[in-house]
Design a protein around this ligand. Structure first.
Ligand code: AMP
Length: 359
């Protein structure tokens, strides 16, 4: 099915990912309709239509579905059942099954393991007693992560020794968790792919990602040559995951590069912060290819547009340096139009092309 330019694309979620999707859609002649619970979401500022509604309001999601020609989501912490009401009213990509797998850390690890991937050693910890059993099995150091609703390092607690278990359990407020062994890694990277409904798959150069305090700070593409074997193994796994889910759109898998090869960390059924560099740094951006995929258009080329590309996130009040950032003629500044610069909040990003990328 082809959704023709001029049609309306529904996007569930109103953050910067929705904003950049809507901008890519506008370039291709589409109108976007944003659905989000927020009063003034930054994606709505660049879109034709906005409906304010709760993520669990099935009736409102069904009405939203009836108003669009195709729908997608940019936020994965949405319950699957209300989205099914949307999917009944409009084609919805990526498939809800992908969202269900990816929004639960336990099910995504099991799913990826079944396809031959290797996550860090893990065990469920749904109660304080089960945490003790998991710790006895995994050992310390380990990381306790909530199964759902975690992002940017939220919903996580480190356990350096068994004495930390009580504090970690308090930190996650008793939510169902998974305990993960601590991975000694050299680097982190992600695989970004886009799959069309016809089964065509394109991937971008895998970026090397730098995190601090659980938040992505920078992505650099291409990753160093040393990472290439791990990246190829991870890429093959990502393609198997996309095929198993009959996926349509951009899919992201994050990995640790360890001495024993790639260790799967997590997946996101959507465009991803580690792919923002593709706007200027690749022939077609992740946002444009996602729109092309969900609308049934041919996918665009993903080759690098420069020998080296670096994306740096602008977090919290770093955004105040916008004038200084723009004084570097090589910097492409993206501001998301979010009001308040709270600590840890992603306010924008900068992309540098070429060799002087500040590394
Ligand atoms: P996550 O929210 O799971 O992506 O975790 C955020 C960041 O915390 C990762 O990108 C890593 O830098 C670090 N991290 C998460 N899990 C582990 C682990 N099992 N071992 C070592 N570092 C981790």
């Amino acid at each position: 099915m082809t959704v023709r330019p001029g049609s309306t694309i529904g996007i569930v979620g109103g953050g910067q990912l929705g904003r950049m999707l809507a901008m890519a859609a506008a370039q291709l002649g589409y109108r976007c309709h944003i659905y989000a619970p927020d009063e003034d979401p930054c994606a709505a500022e660049v879109s034709a239509l906005f409906t304010r509604g709760a993520y669990d309001d099935e009736a409102a999601l069904a009405r939203f579905g009836a108003s669009v020609d195709v729908a997608t989501y940019e936020f994965e912490n949405i319950a699957a059942a209300p989205l099914a009401a949307l999917a009944a009213a409009a084609p919805l990509y990526p498939p809800v099954k992908a969202l269900e797998v990816a929004q639960d850390r336990l099910s995504e690890k099991e799913f990826v393991t079944d396809l031959g991937g290797r996550p860090a050693p893990f065990a469920p910890a749904s109660s304080r007693e089960e945490l003790d059993t998991a710790l006895a099995h995994i050992g310390a150091p380990a990381i306790l992560k909530t199964r759902r609703f975690g992002y940017d390092g939220k919903g996580q607690a480190r356990i350096m020794s068994a004495e930390d278990a009580d504090a970690a359990w308090d930190a996650v407020r008793g939510a169902p968790c998974v305990l993960e062994g601590f991975v000694r890694f050299e680097d982190e990277f992600s695989i970004l792919l886009c799959r069309s409904a016809k089964g065509e798959v394109v991937t971008w150069d895998a970026p090397r990602n730098v995190h601090a305090e659980g938040i992505l700070r920078a992505s650099v593409a291409p990753a160093s040559l040393i990472l290439r074997p791990a990246i190829e193994e991870a890429r093959a796994l990502a393609v198997r995951v996309a095929e198993a889910l009959d996926y349509v759109g951009v899919l992201t898998l994050e990995f640790f590069a360890s001495a024993d090869g790639p260790v799967f960390n997590e997946m996101a059924p959507r465009v991803h912060n580690s792919g923002h560099w593709t706007i200027e740094g690749a022939l077609t951006s992740q946002f444009e290819n996602h729109i092309r995929a969900i609308c049934g258009l041919p996918l665009g080329g993903t080759a690098l547009a420069a020998p080296k590309v670096r994306m740096q996130n602008i977090i919290g009040d770093d955004v105040d340096a916008w004038h200084e950032i723009l004084s570097d003629p090589a910097a492409h500044l993206h501001l998301y139009g979010k009001g308040e610069a709270r600590p840890g909040r992603k306010m924008g990003h900068i992309t540098f092309l070429g060799s002087g990328t500040g590394e």
